[in-house]
Design a binder for this molecule. Structure first.
Ligand SMILES: Nc1ncnc2c1ncn2[C@@H]1O[C@H](COP(=O)(O)OP(=O)(O)OP(=O)(O)O)[C@@H](O)[C@H]1O
Ligand SMILES: [Mg+2]
Length: 294
């Protein structure tokens, strides 16, 4: 597939390759995400979705061999990232694969935030949720007093519709429902107003009703804050509810990219058709037989 251009992209991934020993997890993918855009990334288990997300944040770990470029075009990057050491690429963009650990640490949470699949493992079970949200708030604003961070944390919890946020500030993760825990993680991710949110299977662990509520919340916050988002799921139907454009990954490669409407109604690749067939969506015409993989 030809590289489809990326004028005005906030994030621009070029020919990304990730290898774990003999396993080629990602085999030369190109992706871009525009300002305010939600890009869906779908594909079966093991197709390389999480590896791609972790590469953006420099969280792959020492076992991974990574090649290619991940260009970050945020104007505010100059304050937090190194221009030296080959970190500054063309057009004033920053190549995240060539940043030192310190630069990436400053970027994480402040400019690019991530929500992980499992809310219980992402939260510290022995720390109150208020404390955890306040800690996320002050991580990038160390000059704040405890009281300022607390006020900001309560406002963030209210923004994700945690009932009685001020009263429940001292409660622990196990005292909340799965959907509420995921909302708390969303509050933590967005508290520093990042430009890009990476959501890796953010609703997979939730039941269908709660999944719909969390998706709606993410969609509202995305519009409200003009946030760019990389929304990862194995479920094309879920991605279709939030993403404007979708990339389909299989076996470390992007096999199809297109607008969500185009992919849901006229998928070009047999693999995309099989993903659609596996999960009937609201837009699936139920009077017709399901598509099959040729
Ligand atoms: N730290 C690691 N060490 C070794 N291999 C890894 C590591 N992380 C991922 N892999 C391998 O890379 C490939 C891609 O994994 P990845 O986690 O990106 O898949 P995924 O698309 O996110 O799947 P899922 O939908 O199950 O989350 C898999 O073959 C996986 O086994
Ligand atoms: Mg994954």
């Amino acid at each position: 597939m030809l590289y489809d251009g990326c004028m005005g992209a906030l994030l621009d991934i070029r020919d990304l390759r990730i290898r774990f020993g003999s396993v080629e997890a990602v085999r030369g993918i190109n992706l871009h995400i525009g300002e305010d855009e939600v890009l869906g990334l779908v594909g079966e288990s093991g197709s390389g979705k999480s590896a791609t997300a972790l590469a953006i944040l420099g969280l792959l770990g020492p076992a991974a061999q990574v090649a290619g470029r991940i260009l970050w075009h945020s104007n505010s990057a100059a304050g937090g990232l190194e221009a030296s050491q080959g970190g500054r690429a063309e057009d004033g963009a920053t190549d995240l694969l060539r940043q030192r650990a310190e630069g990436l640490r400053r970027l994480r949470g402040r400019e690019i935030a991530m929500i992980f699949q499992e809310p219980m493992t992402a939260l510290n079970p022995v720390m109150s949720i208020g404390h955890q949200v306040a800690e996320a708030a002050s991580a990038h604003s160390p000059s704040w007093t405890g009281r300022e961070a607390k006020r900001k944390a309560i406002a963030a919890l209210e923004a994700v519709a945690i009932p009685d946020a001020a009263r429940r500030y001292g409660d622990y993760p196990h005292q909340f429902s799965g959907g509420q825990r995921q909302r708390i993680l969303i509050a933590m991710a967005l508290i520093n107003r990042p430009r890009l949110l990476i959501a890796d299977e953010p609703t997979t662990a939730l039941d269908v009703t709660v999944q719909a509520q969390v998706l709606e919340l993410l969609r509202d916050l995305q519009r409200q804050h003009g946030l760019a988002m990389l929304f990862i799921s194995h479920d094309l139907a879920v991605v279709g509810k939030i993403a404007g454009r979708v990339a389909v990954m299989r076996n470390g490669q992007v096999v199809e990219t297109g607008s969500t409407a185009q992919l849901l109604t006229a998928p070009q690749h047999a693999y995309t058709r099989s993903l659609l067939a596996a999960v009937p969506t609201l837009s699936t015409d139920r009077s017709r037989p399901l598509a099959t993989l040729e």
